[in-house]
Design a protein around this ligand. Structure first.
Ligand code: DGT
Ligand code: MG
Ligand code: MG
Ligand code: MG
Ligand code: MG
Length: 267
């Protein structure tokens, strides 16, 4: 019903369009996963099933959203990168964040039985919050992703050492916390090696590096032009593309130099 007397209420809505020519990150994070991981007895510090489930939900989210050029995940979070030229939902922040968060949540819950066949999911259902951040330069986007991967490393080294002290060293939680206070990375590596014979670098790479998800489109340059046929062609190309799931370093330049198409642009 157009032009009803009630329509003025629309003017109370706040615009939330993200600036053009910015890379958009939507980061989702599991709500209260400290509790959830205890409820379902996730292995400490890392539960392979839980991570595989996160990664499977991310793959389906990337598959459903053609504008996502790459996603990076660790722990109970995932960051989805939208191309700087993306026009999805007119770049409206709330619409982007809620779409990604709800899509991811639905996938996570629906895929749960595949990864936890013996542990039925019960209320309160897992949910994920979502937020958008816009980065005006590729360099800053790269720094954002490096920040998340460095966070993965720092947390994982800490958690691996902490749980080694508790589970194998028979320390109490408080005692282990005290023992690790003020320690540097090399101290933790030393504790792991000398007390538990664990070489941190032999820990599973998915735990140490997190997970990168992207469409494999190598060998094809970015399609120029924005004509309808070009856009349709690009869509078909992305639909057919294999989705890669890798546990690799994305802080250095190597990953990006080998896959220049991921962040390629028309300008
Ligand atoms: P939030 O995000 O503010 O609602 O609160 P949380 O509790 O989700 O906290 P967050 O996101 O800062 O930290 C993630 C929590 O999830 C953290 O307590 C560790 C837990 N977690 C994530 N992955 C695993 C796992 O594989 N195994 C175990 N045991 N815990 C995990
Ligand atoms: Mg949090
Ligand atoms: Mg969380
Ligand atoms: Mg988290
Ligand atoms: Mg509607």
């Amino acid at each position: 019903m157009a032009n009803s007397e009630y329509e003025y209420v629309r003017h109370f809505e706040q615009p939330d369009t993200l600036p053009p020519s910015n890379w958009i990150i939507v980061r989702i994070d599991g709500r209260g996963f400290s509790k959830l991981s205890a409820k379902y007895a996730f292995a400490k510090p890392n539960d392979k099933r839980a991570l595989d489930l996160m990664n499977a939900a991310a793959v389906e989210t990337v598959r459903a959203l053609f504008d996502v050029v790459l996603a990076y995940g660790q722990s109970d979070e995932y960051s989805f990168v939208f191309h700087e030229a993306c026009t999805l939902f007119d770049r409206r922040a709330a619409k982007l964040a809620t779409t990604v968060a709800t899509l991811f949540t639905a996938e996570y819950c629906m895929l749960w039985p595949t990864f936890f066949p013996d542990t039925p999911l019960t209320r309160p259902w897992p949910t994920f919050d979502g937020r958008c951040v816009a980065y005006p330069k590729r360099r800053i986007l790269r720094d954002y992703l490096s920040w998340r991967q460095a966070d993965c490393h720092v947390n994982n080294l800490y958690n691996t050492t902490f749980w080694a002290l508790v589970l194998k060293g028979e320390m109490g939680n408080r005692e282990a916390e005290e023992a690790l206070k003020g320690t540097l990375a090399r101290d933790k590596n030393e504790i792991l090696w000398s007390r538990f014979g664990v070489n941190y670098n032999d820990e599973e790479v998915v735990f140490r590096k997190g997970t990168v998800v992207y469409r494999k489109l190598e060998g094809v340059g970015p399609l120029g032009g924005s004509s309808r046929t070009q856009v349709e062609k690009e869509r078909k190309r992305k639909m057919k593309a294999e989705i890669a799931v890798e546990h690799v370093d994305i802080i250095g330049d190597g990953f990006w130099e080998e896959r220049p198409y991921i962040l390629a642009g028309k300008r």
